[in-house]
Design a protein around this ligand. Structure first.
Ligand SMILES: *[C@@H]1O[C@H](CO)[C@@H](O)[C@H](O)[C@H]1NC(C)=O
Ligand SMILES: *[C@@H]1O[C@H](CO)[C@@H](O)[C@H](O)[C@H]1NC(C)=O
Ligand SMILES: *[C@@H]1O[C@H](CO)[C@@H](O)[C@H](O)[C@H]1NC(C)=O
Ligand SMILES: *[C@@H]1O[C@H](CO)[C@@H](O)[C@H](O)[C@H]1NC(C)=O
Ligand SMILES: *[C@@H]1O[C@H](CO)[C@@H](O)[C@H](O)[C@H]1NC(C)=O
Ligand SMILES: *[C@@H]1O[C@H](CO)[C@@H](O)[C@H](O)[C@H]1NC(C)=O
Ligand SMILES: *[C@@H]1O[C@H](CO)[C@@H](O)[C@H](O)[C@H]1NC(C)=O
Ligand SMILES: *[C@@H]1O[C@H](CO)[C@@H](O)[C@H](O)[C@H]1NC(C)=O
Ligand SMILES: *[C@@H]1O[C@H](CO)[C@@H](O)[C@H](O)[C@H]1NC(C)=O
Ligand SMILES: *[C@@H]1O[C@H](CO)[C@@H](O)[C@H](O)[C@H]1NC(C)=O
Ligand SMILES: *[C@@H]1O[C@H](CO)[C@@H](O)[C@H](O)[C@H]1NC(C)=O
Ligand SMILES: CC(=O)N[C@H]1CO[C@H](CO)[C@@H](O)[C@@H]1O
Length: 760
């Protein structure tokens, strides 16, 4: 692929490495502007033999198409799927079916409701991440869906109250990258094209689209932050082979993301060597010629600004025929890359108002959903071994979040909320298993906490008392344990107004005031502050239950009763109060015609900011308790044979995912983890790296090991060239520094157990 000299290189000549001389990145010349990068590099299939073979087939297919047929493969039509690519009936090509979403197919029956992305991330378990992608992919395959609209790696979670933070892993790019990579692999091993989204900087819902006030919000992000934070996880998704990428709604450096040539032609298709196709988010296209030339390949859900206009634009030369051919070649290459020409099932998505045959694609996915559900629960408080419960005979249950529903649903397809439910929390809507909007799913059933606990209490020959509605329930004096269930809802299309709500806090305080053994379970779509009651002497245990999907109650009971020893850890910082997130709390509520959101904090979001500013969180990133305890020892760092030259070699071709040497392993770091408690458990050991000039600690590895009591297991972290590099804005390359790097192994980002340094 051609090397394009980007204006970013010119912009950044003012600065060496970081933006030297500037304390405020928004004062760097041309900040907030998006340099032009044209033309779109043609997809070539150079990344691997599989891509090369796919391109050969795609070109042969293209060669048979008429002009009209080519145009048909760049746009959506109304149909049974959420997105329906035009067809070529003459050649028996029936188009491609696109469906939502990242946590389960949204809409049809007989599909599973998986845990949300944030819940999966809380497991810190690569095998679960892969299994999630694989089983979810099997469901898409079973329904004949060609393109699954996930996984999500953006929003990353810059703003604590942003509405869609729960769809993807969380505000750390490393764990987000690992999860995207594993989910893409799993989905595509099942045969479905993964569509990694949203590219890029879709960090708030407020004014994400143009409206009567004016254009959408512009996320203004400097080049270093683009690379080290927001685009980082997409590199993993691309390396894993993602066949599609979705461009986002909002503007990026004042140019709409779906017509942003720097992002699509420059970063994605040149620097990251993307071979597949870019599809617009639904109605995200804001112009015709500009989107085509900036690298958009498919517009959804209809013809948008293309259709007849694209035909005219190609005819009059505003868009080249090569660009049109490239759009179609890229799309068909992904189709062939996944071997979808080889007896892929035809799409069977029906409207719920039409009687149709049953197509059950769930297999035994409930098992892995339950396991991931349990592994994603995070125990944050457990006084005097309150948990696990020891077969209590008198159990009291309180709170709207304990049972499936308390009032009739207004829309049965939008379980747990949706676009239409515009409030920051949902008092009486029942237990929360997933957030709202297009990232929601369609549960075949929901195991509520109440159901699962009741089954367990019955087996223990106990009794239950419950009250889901009162604001001031009265526990019976005989209660051995009082379980209080609350939640924090969030959805696509609006940002949250608070990180807690008074109704729920009062409910906890009310129960705790009367019950000496109060256990709080909190289902939340994003961070939720808990300081109103966390230190209450009667609140003896607290579980962040996340968004666990259809097996919610089972997964919880597995943890509550100790059948599964909790090992989940927080994937975002829980602050003591909303304001501790500072400027990273709210979305920008800019009423101007060209609203701006300057990402002047750079890479300092979540724990990076709390560490820099010395703000003590309530629970830090990476925190979570177990029913046992672990000791850390034997830290060792072994350098591999790979080159530690300052930059990756110049004369190596880019493959999908970027420069291949970025993935060379330079160091192997190992440590020993000993279970010093009395029950078996799993520990997630975390590696934080101190790169000179960067935040004091950044996650660059994690490893989960199961360890029997008194036994020791080894954890290992492989540090790649990219892990150790900083983005050099002048050279436009990842760069190692001849310096000392701090290596810290911890049980969380603040519970640091082992230290060493490595020298490059
Ligand atoms: C950074 O500079 C911009 C533009 O001059 C200004 O609006 C903003 O307030 C500055 N931010 C800080 C934190 O100084
Ligand atoms: C954002 O940055 C631009 C460019 O430096 C500056 O003009 C503007 O005032 C900044 N906006 C805010 C809200 O800081
Ligand atoms: C374009 O796709 C639509 C929808 O599938 C189909 O009805 C139409 O026949 C196709 N047009 C051509 C030229 O093949
Ligand atoms: C399209 O399918 C029909 C029916 O299966 C078959 O007869 C025909 O040969 C196919 N055409 C092409 C171009 O593959
Ligand atoms: C924990 O148990 C010990 C011993 O029974 C007791 O002294 C202590 O008060 C308990 N702590 C709390 C916070 O309940
Ligand atoms: C804790 O619960 C007991 C009832 O068991 C109650 O008497 C006491 O006041 C509660 N403590 C607080 C601080 O509310
Ligand atoms: C933004 O945050 C502040 C607290 O820091 C709060 O007072 C204000 O109401 C918030 N605005 C919105 C729109 O949420
Ligand atoms: C890393 O080192 C450990 C301990 O020597 C070893 O078991 C493991 O295989 C190494 N991993 C790689 C990829 O070299
Ligand atoms: C490494 O840690 C030491 C001690 O905390 C600190 O002074 C130094 O700045 C750190 N170096 C880097 C590169 O983060
Ligand atoms: C662990 O080792 C200690 C000391 O040797 C021993 O007392 C204890 O019983 C062992 N625990 C288990 C669960 O094996
Ligand atoms: C790691 O190094 C820092 C700085 O020297 C020190 O404060 C800390 O105690 C060390 N941690 C461990 C676990 O050794
Ligand atoms: C669909 C539904 O029941 N929505 C309710 C959820 O809870 C809120 C807040 O109490 C109510 O206002 C909604 O009507």
């Amino acid at each position: 692929m051609k090397v394009l000299l980007s204006v970013a290189a010119v912009v950044t000549l003012f600065a060496k490495h970081a933006y030297a001389g500037y304390t405020n990145v928004s004062e760097v010349p041309l900040y907030g502007l998006s340099p032009p990068v044209y033309p779109t590099p043609e997809g070539e299939g150079n990344s691997s033999p599989a891509w090369a073979a796919a391109y050969t087939k795609a070109r042969a297919f293209l060669a048979q198409l008429t002009f009209e047929e080519k145009l048909n493969l760049t746009r959506g039509y109304t149909g049974t799927c959420v997105g329906n690519l035009g067809s070529v009936p003459r050649l028996n090509f029936s188009g491609l079916c696109f469906e939502d979403a990242p946590a389960g197919i949204r809409g049809p029956g007989f599909v599973s409701a998986f845990p949300a992305g944030t819940h999966l991330a809380s497991t810190w378990d690569k095998e679960y991440m892969y299994a999630y992608g694989k089983t979810l992919g099997e469901e898409y395959y079973g329904k004949g869906v060609n393109v699954a609209l996930g996984p999500v790696g953006g929003p990353l979670g810059r703003l604590a109250r942003a509405g869609r933070n729960w769809e993807g892993p969380g505000p750390d790019p490393y764990i987000t990258g690992v999860q995207m990579e594993e989910v893409v692999k799993g989905m595509q091993d099942a045969g479905v094209i993964a569509c990694s989204k949203h590219f890029l900087f879709n960090e708030q819902e407020y004014r994400r689209l143009p409206n009567e006030l004016g254009e959408s919000i512009s996320s203004n992000v400097d080049d270093l932050t683009l690379h080290e934070l927001y685009a980082w996880p997409f590199m993993n998704a691309l390396r894993a082979g993602t066949g599609a990428v979705m461009c986002s709604y909002q503007r990026a450096n004042n140019s709409y993301a779906c017509q942003n040539s720097k992002l699509l032609n420059g970063i994605l298709k040149t620097e990251f060597g993307f071979e597949g196709f870019v599809v617009s988010d639904w109605q995200a296209q804001q112009s015709g010629v500009s989107t085509a030339n900036a690298g958009l390949d498919i517009v959804m859900p209809d013809g948008g600004f293309w259709g007849k206009n694209l035909s005219e634009a190609v005819t009059n030369g505003s868009v080249s025929i090569d660009r049109l051919n490239d759009m179609v070649t890229r799309t068909m290459a992904s189709f062939y890359y996944l071997n979808q020409n080889d007896s892929y099932p035809s799409a069977q998505i029906y409207s719920p108002t039409v009687q149709h045959p049953i197509l059950d694609v769930r297999g035994d996915h409930d098992k892995v959903i339950r396991e991931i559900g349990a592994a994603g629960h995070v125990l944050v408080k457990n006084v005097n071994k309150t948990l696990p419960l020891k077969a209590p005979r008198f159990v009291s249950i309180f709170g709207y979040d304990a049972e499936v529903k308390a009032v009739p649903w207004t829309n049965p397809l939008r379980y747990g909320g949706g676009y239409e439910v515009n409030f920051g929390w949902n008092t009486f809507n029942g237990t929360l298993i997933v957030g709202g909007g297009s990232g929601s799913n369609s549960p075949p059933y929901v195991i509520s906490p109440f159901k699962a606990i009741q089954d367990r209490v019955i087996a223990d020959r106990g009794i239950l008392r419950w009250d889901f509605f009162s604001e001031n329930p009265v526990p019976e004096a005989n209660s051995e344990v009082c379980l209080v269930f609350i939640n924090a809802y969030a959805s696509e299309s609006f940002d949250r107004l608070t990180l807690s709500d008074e109704f729920s806090d009062n409910l906890v305080l009310d129960v705790a005031g009367q019950c000496a053994n109060t256990v709080v379970v909190l289902h939340s779509a994003g961070a939720r502050v808990v300081d109103a009651w966390i230190e209450h002497e009667n609140v003896t245990a607290v579980i962040f239950g996340g968004l666990p999907g259809q097996e919610s109650g089972h997964a919880l009971v597995d943890v509550l009763y100790g059948d599964v020893n909790p090992s989940g850890k927080l994937i975002h910082t829980i602050a003591k109060k909303d304001e501790d997130y500072g400027n990273l709390l709210n979305s920008t509520v800019d009423q101007s015609a060209f609203p701006q959101q300057n990402f002047t904090e750079g890479v300092y979001i979540d724990y990076r900011a709390f560490d820099r500013d010395g703000i003590e969180p309530r629970f830090e990133f990476g925190y979570g308790l177990s029913y046992t305890e672990f000791a850390y020892s034997n830290l060792s760092v072994v350098q591999s044979g790979a080159s530690t030259a300052e930059y990756p070699s110049a004369n190596v071709s880019i493959v999908q995912g970027g420069h291949p040497e970025l993935w060379d392993v330079l160091f192997n770091v190992t440590a020993s983890i000993t279970n010093v408690g009395d029950v078996a458990g799993a520990e997630i050991a975390q590696l934080y790296l101190g790169i000179p000039g960067a935040p004091i600690r950044q996650l660059r590895g994690f490893d989960k090991v199961s360890v029997q009591p008194n036994a020791t297991a080894q954890v290992s972290f492989l540090l790649t060239r990219r892990d150790l590099s900083a983005w050099d804005v002048v050279a436009q390359k990842w760069q190692l520094q001849a310096a000392e790097y701090n290596v810290t192994i911890g049980a969380s980002s603040r519970d640091l157990r082992l230290n060493t340094t490595l020298q490059i």
